[in-house]
Design a protein around this ligand. Structure first.
Ligand code: ADP
Length: 265
C-alpha cells in the first residue's frame, strides 16, 4: 500500500483564496493514472487544505480555546471551514475521476475526533474495505470535534502520520512545491542547503514556517509528523510534485530527488 499526499501548495493557488491550480491537478491525476495502468497498486491519497481551508480556519481561530458565548460563531466557522475543504476535495475528485481514477472521499470530519488537536479516534476499517474493492480512498485536511477544545483543524500531514501508523504502508510520499527539506526555507534563502536524508529537527537553522496563510505548521509541522513516523520505523519521502513526472516516477519506485525522513543514517 502507498500513501501519497499532495500538498495544498500544489493544488491551490496560495496567493488567492479558494482557487484550484487546475493544470497541476490534471497533470498529477494523469501521472497517478499512468502508474496505476502500469501495475496495480493499493493507493490512499491525502491532500492538504491549501488556500481553501486556511482563511476560514484562521478567521474563526479554529483550535483556540473559547468561551461558551462564542460557540455560535465558532460553529459557523467550523461549518465554513468544513465546506471550503469539501469544495476543494470535490474539484480534486472530479479531476481524478475524469482521468479514470476510482477515488472515494472519506472526510475526517465525518469519523475522526481529536484531543488537543491530535487525532485520538478514527476507525479506518472503511479505508480497508474500499481498498479491497479496488477504490482509492481520499482524505484531506479538515475540521473535527475535539475532546478538549471542542473543535480543531487536522492537517493533511497529521492525517498522513495517523494513516501510516495504523495501516503500515509500504511507501509514504509527500508531494510539495519544493524539492524536499533544506536547512532553511529555500523560497526565501538562496543559500539554503538541501538534505537527501533528514533525521532531526536540530538540522534546521530556523523554525521559520511557510507561506503565511498556513495555520497548520508548514514544513516544520510536516517534518515533526514524519519524524514521529520515523520513530516507529516508518520511512517517508518528501518530493517536489511540481516537477513533471516526479509523482509518476516515485510511484514506479524510480529515483526521484527528495528528502527521506528516517531516524537511521
Ligand atoms: P504543502 O501545502 O505542500 O503541504 P507547505 O506550504 O505547508 O506545503 O510547506 C511547503 C513550504 O515550506 C515550501 O514552499 C517552503 O517555502 C516552506 N519551507 C519552510 N522551511 C522550509 C525548509 N527548511 N525546507 C523546505 N521548505 C521549507
Amino acid at each position: 500500500m502507498i500513501i501519497l499526499k499532495i500538498g495544498g501548495s500544489i493544488l491551490t493557488n496560495k496567493d488567492a483564496v479558494s482557487e484550484v491550480d487546475t493544470k497541476s491537478l490534471k497533470r498529477i491525476a494523469s501521472e497517478i493514472k499512468s502508474s496505476l495502468d502500469n501495475s496495480f497498486k493499493e493507493l490512499i491519497i491525502v491532500h492538504g487544505a491549501g488556500s481553501f481551508g486556511h482563511p476560514p480556519a484562521k478567521k474563526y481561530k479554529i483550535g483556540e480555546r473559547f468561551d461558551e458565548s462564542e460557540y455560535p460563531q465558532k460553529r459557523i466557522g467550523f461549518c465554513e471551514t468544513q465546506n471550503a475543504v469539501k469544495k476543494l476535495n470535490m474539484y480534486i475528485c472530479e479531476a481524478f475521476i475524469d482521468e479514470g481514477l476510482p477515488v472515494v472521499a472519506i472526510p475526517a470530519s465525518s469519523f475522526m475526533r481529536a484531543t488537543n488537536k491530535r487525532i485520538t479516534e478514527g476507525n479506518l476499517d472503511s479505508f480497508k474495505r474500499y481498498l479491497d474493492k479496488g477504490f482509492i480512498p481520499v482524505i484531506y485536511g479538515d475540521v473535527v470535534l475535539d475532546e478538549e477544545l471542542e473543535i480543531c483543524v487536522i492537517s493533511g500531514d497529521q492525517l498522513i502520520q495517523y494513516l501510516a501508523k495504523n495501516l503500515n504502508p509500504d511507501m509514504v510520499v509527500l508531494g510539495t512545491d519544493v524539492d524536499g527539506v533544506y536547512n532553511k526555507n529555500p523560497k526565501t534563502h538562496d543559500d539554503a542547503i538541501f538534505f537527501d536524508k533528514f533525521s532531526s529537527l536540530d538540522d534546521l537553522d530556523t523554525f521559520e514556517g511557510t507561506t503565511n496563510v498556513d495555520v497548520t505548521g508548514g514544513m516544520v509541522g510536516k517534518i515533526k509528523e514524519l519524524l514521529y513516523l520515523a520513530d516507529l520505523g516508518i520511512e517517508s519521502k518528501i518530493i517536489n510534485a511540481e516537477v513533471e513526472n516526479n509523482v509518476f516516477k516515485v510511484l514506479e519506485n524510480e529515483k526521484v530527488k527528495g528528502t527521506v525522513i528516517s531516524r537511521g543514517n
